[in-house]
Design a protein around this ligand. Structure first.
Ligand SMILES: Nc1nc2c(ncn2[C@@H]2O[C@H](COP(=O)(O)OP(=O)(O)OP(=O)(O)O)[C@@H](O)[C@H]2O)c(=O)[nH]1
Length: 289
């Protein structure tokens, strides 16, 4: 469920994450591969206070693979290794454990040298609503899901999920809030479905998406909706609107008198986009933001 964030929510969410941080070794930061920056909490560095972390670019199956590769390089330049994953099918999810072990390689080696059996690494998944946290937890837990129960000294009620013998995950993720203030970020979040449609009107979101598709993915757009010609003057809103209407016409979003039901046409385009039916689409590139 998407929540509308108010300062009170943010403070509570932050406090909850800070409480959980005390229990864990590594933060697994989940971002949406289609909008890695817009789906990132703007205060994340401050909140994590230097805790080791890894970045996962989820919904990789829906994102443009070339652009995701650019994002991986972008994060690498910032000293963060980002792994593209698809939590819904489990693709590349197996790379998470080796990455966690890599982060603790020195510590583990020291423990082994001292004859201590290294304990499982404790991880916490964090991310904004709808980014795929629960899906990833379920995927990691797999069939062999086993909560290890409350451990001494650990906050009551927190359950651990065993991912093999080497990783324990907190069963409830840390919920972060996205940054709404920037209008462009708001639109990108709305297009991916991370924020409620009521916050922005559906035809505004679809208009934004359509303009972006015409500019960046014209061939995929033409093919999906059987459109022959796309406008060249994107600064003219009427031209963009005409494409939206053409989609509505093709898909039967017509009301009496042959008028196009714009809301219906908007929902069609957004549903197709979110389901990956137009193709693998990324909505932001490192150079653009
Ligand atoms: N295509 C695709 N869909 C995904 C992927 N991961 C999650 N989803 C879908 O994204 C939606 C949200 O996933 P959740 O796991 O509920 O997200 P969440 O972050 O736990 O959401 P909140 O409970 O709102 O915080 C669901 O419809 C999932 O099926 C993925 O890798 N690819």
């Amino acid at each position: 469920m998407t929540i509308q964030w108010f300062p009170g929510h943010m403070t509570r969410a932050r406090r909850q994450i800070e409480d959980k941080l005390k229990l864990i070794d590594v933060v697994i930061e989940l971002l949406d591969a289609r909008i890695p920056l817009s789906s990132r909490n703007p205060m994340i560095d401050e909140i994590l206070q230097g805790k080791p972390r890894m970045v996962l670019l989820n919904k990789h199956d829906l994102a443009d693979p070339h652009i995701t590769a650019e994002w991986v390089r972008y994060f690498a330049d910032k000293g963060l290794k980002a792994l593209p994953i698809d939590a819904s099918t489990g693709s590349h999810v197996k790379d998470i454990l080796p990455r966690a072990k890599e982060l603790f390689a020195d510590k583990i080696a020291t423990q082994i040298r001292k004859g201590i059996n290294p304990r499982a690494i404790r991880g916490l998944i964090v991310g904004i609503p709808n980014v795929g946290k629960s899906t990833l937890i379920n995927q990691l837990a797999g069939k062999k899901i086993a909560a290890t129960g409350d451990k001494p000294g650990i906050t009551k009620g927190q359950q651990w999920i065993k991912v093999g013998t080497e990783l324990d995950l907190l069963d409830t993720p840390g919920i972060l809030w996205p940054k709404f203030e920037d209008q462009l970020v708001g639109y990108r979040l709305a297009v991916t479905g991370a924020i409620k449609e009521e916050l922005l009107h559906v035809d505004e979101i679809a208009f934004f998406a359509m303009k972006y598709l015409i500019e960046h993915y014209p061939d995929a757009l033409k093919e999906r909706f059987g459109i022959d010609n796309l406008p060249t003057d994107l600064e003219n809103p009427n031209e963009v609107l005409e494409v939206l209407e053409a989609v509505g016409r093709k898909r039967g979003a017509v009301v009496s008198g042959g008028r196009i039901d714009l809301d219906k046409a908007s929902l069609i385009i957004l549903r197709d986009l979110r389901a990956g039916k137009i193709g693998r689409i990324s909505l932001e590139k490192p150079g653009q933001v």
